[in-house]
Ligand binder design. Structure first.
Ligand code: S3P
Length: 433
């Protein structure tokens, strides 16, 4: 049982300093899973010590994988090979993590044993047919509760490759199919309506699995092996996002965010904020572990509202709560369309943000697939994150520029993706307690 945690974010002065945000959540999940299925011992550096990624590690340990944590942010994964996992009658608890559950559904569909994947209250409300339906076309048998978790994955089902065009852009669904494809006879092909983050593809290649991919399409065949490797996890752009918005909107601020992952499928918010007038520079751009990384330097700049280009939506799918806060203080109106996926994240992020911002006096209109936000002044008041980590951190940012304290209820889940957020935030000028 997670202990209840509420925050108050007080208006403060300019933000300054260097903020090293934790490792990327998407990369950390995948590194554990591929390391577990590899032959040999993989080393992960910069691993996210969050509850989501720790839940995935615990699931893999239950399946017989030895995972050591020699130091914070370090994991040593003793791979058991593609067919070396051992089944367990115990439910496998993915906690709050949609990525964990959906990717594991694909991975477990190809095993000889049965498994049951469960999650917390929020995850238990998230749609799973988007993975179980295409997996069923590959020959998998997975029972849901009316499309929701728990997932009962039946083992011993021979899988066959399919070509599947995703109805919605989802890296989780794509990745689940590719992981099942490792166990399938023939070729598995995934085609996306919009390209999404390609970490699974890149990492499969790094672990030596033959795969061809380009933005919007990935193809692999079953019957090869994964070979242990080293994985350097970049800092998570989605965690950096809160500081990008915070420094942009608080007058006098300058923040440096070192070694942030800049995979183009993740940096939509950077483009959106620049369209709004933000002053964000990328320094020291380099490649680390096959991923582009760089230091972000953000300075306060007056923002103006935009009509967000829909093409940016998949590249910033986790950053809308932060964008909504930026839009609330920008001059003029910001309009978001084509983002219906926000309704099935850790909370309904359109409804949760709209309710919270309205409580702070912001004029925001909801649509089924987006919102229109009139920029102006954020007032003090009481908001509820509904247990959604990114909403909690976004309202902490809102509190910095509000005319009074912003109370944020239900913040414990910030630990799922960003352990230590409060300390880092307060270290650069937030007043969060
Ligand atoms: C993720 C994909 C995205 C994102 C999530 C992480 C991943 O979800 O929102 O936080 O690691 O593949 P969808 O695939 O549902 O868009």
């Amino acid at each position: 049982m997670v202990t209840r945690l509420d925050w108050t974010s007080q208006p403060g002065g300019a933000l300054h300093g260097s903020v090293r945000v934790p490792g990327d959540k998407s990369v950390s999940h995948r590194a554990l899973m591929l390391g577990a299925l590899a032959d040999g011992t993989s080393h992960i550096h910069g691993f996210l010590e969050g509850e989501d990624t720790r839940a995935t590690a615990a699931v893999l340990q239950r399946l017989g994988v030895r995972i050591e944590a020699p130091a914070e942010g370090e994991r040593v994964v003793h791979g058991v090979g593609l067919h070396g996992l051992r089944g367990t009658a115990q439910p496998l608890d993915c906690g709050n993590a949609g990525t964990g559950m959906r990717l594991l559904a694909g991975l477990l569909a190809g095993q000889a044993f049965d498994s049951t994947l469960v999650g917390d209250e929020s995850l238990s409300r998230r749609p799973m047919r988007r993975v179980t339906e295409p997996l069923a076309r590959m020959g998998a048998r997975i029972d849901t509760q009316d499309g929701l978790p728990p997932l009962r994955v039946h083992g011993g089902q021979p899988l066959r490759g399919i070509s599947y065009t995703l109805p919605v852009a989802s890296a989780q669904v794509k990745s689940a199919l590719l992981l099942a494809g490792l166990y399938a006879r023939g070729e598995t092909e995934v085609i996306e309506p919009h390209p999404t983050r390609d970490y699974t593809e890149r990492m499969l290649a790094a672990f030596g699995w033959p795969i061809t991919f380009e933005p919007g399409r990935a193809r692999l065949s079953g019957g090869h092996a994964l070979h242990a490797t080293e994985v350097d996890v970049p800092a998570d752009f989605s965690s950096a996002a809160f500081f990008l918005v915070a420094a942009s909107i608080v007058p006098g601020s300058t923040l440096r965010l070192p070694s942030v992952g800049l995979n183009p499928r993740r940096t939509g918010l950077l483009k959106a904020l620049r369209l709004m007038g933000a002053d964000i520079r990328v320094e020291n751009e380099r490649s680390s572990g096959g991923e582009p990384v760089g230091d972000l330097v953000v300075r306060h700049a007056p923002l103006h509202g935009i009509e967000l280009p829909e093409a940016l939506v998949p590249d910033m799918i986790d950053e809308f709560p932060a964008l909504f806060v930026a839009a609330s203080v920008a001059q003029g109106r910001t309009v978001v369309r084509g983002a219906a996926e926000l309704r099935v994240k850790e909370s309904d992020r359109i409804a949760t943000m709209a309710a919270g911002l309205r409580a702070l006096g912001v004029a925001i209109g909801e649509t089924p697939d987006g919102a229109a936000i009139e920029g102006g002044v954020i007032g003090g008041g009481a908001t509820d994150s509904h247990g959604d980590h990114r909403i909690a951190m976004s309202f902490a940012v809102a509190g910095l520029v509000a005319t009074g304290p912003v109370r944020i209820d239900d913040c414990a889940n910030v630990a799922t993706s960003f352990p230590g957020f409060t300390a880092l935030a307060n270290g650069c000028g937030f007043r969060l307690a």
